[in-house]
Design a protein around this ligand. Structure first.
Ligand code: CA
Ligand code: CA
Length: 188
């Protein structure tokens, strides 16, 4: 009888230990999940901004940096990297109004004779706006292609520029060309 009770007690102790271990495991994973979500929130709060840096121009809920210095002409990927160093992304022109604002600004600043990289690219097969700090990559919906573009003219035109020769309408261009660029920050 005593042996039976001892064995039952041992079984209960084993079950309680297993139950405790399983609960700790659950808590541990829950904790890791909540830590991960805290890190994501923290990352966003560090990268996203609610006001424009002084050297950016504000328009509606965006800040723009027109990179027009002659020595700042860069390939698309270098221009994209440059924007990221300012916590920005290459400009995403998402509406007719945004296109009109940018073209108007380049005209009023006397820069409409230059060529500018935007974040538009089809490097993954579909035309999209490249992402960056606090801005998700997204498909291109509004477009302002110059008639006949995109034409993949050189057989290797995967990046979109505002094309001076065509009144700053859009062109697909070889990503290795070195031209000016526009960075954007979408404010939160
Ligand atoms: Ca935009
Ligand atoms: Ca083209």
């Amino acid at each position: 009888m005593q042996r039976k009770i001892e064995s039952m007690l041992i079984q209960m102790a084993v079950m309680l230990t297993l139950l405790h271990l399983s609960m700790s495991a659950k808590n541990c994973c829950k904790d890791i999940k909540s830590i991960k979500s805290d890190i994501e929130t923290l990352k966003k709060s560090v990268q996203c901004q609610s006001s424009c840096p002084t050297y950016f121009t504000r328009h509606l809920d965006s800040c723009y940096l027109f990179v027009t210095m002659p020595n700042a002409a860069a390939t698309w990927s270098d221009a994209s990297y440059y924007c990221s160093t300012h916590n920005a992304h290459l400009v995403a022109i998402e509406t007719e109004a945004e296109h009109t604002y940018i073209v108007g600004k380049l005209h009023s600043d006397g820069k409409s004779g230059l060529y500018f990289w935007t974040g538009g690219n089809d490097l993954t097969g579909e035309w999209q706006w490249s992402g960056g700090p606090c801005f998700e990559t997204k498909p291109m919906e509004f477009t302002k292609w110059h008639p006949g573009q995109p034409d993949e003219a050189s057989g290797n035109e995967n990046c979109m520029d505002l094309h001076a020769k065509w009144s700053l309408n859009w062109n697909d261009f070889n990503c290795d060309h070195k031209i000016q660029s526009i960075c954007e920050i979408n404010l939160i």
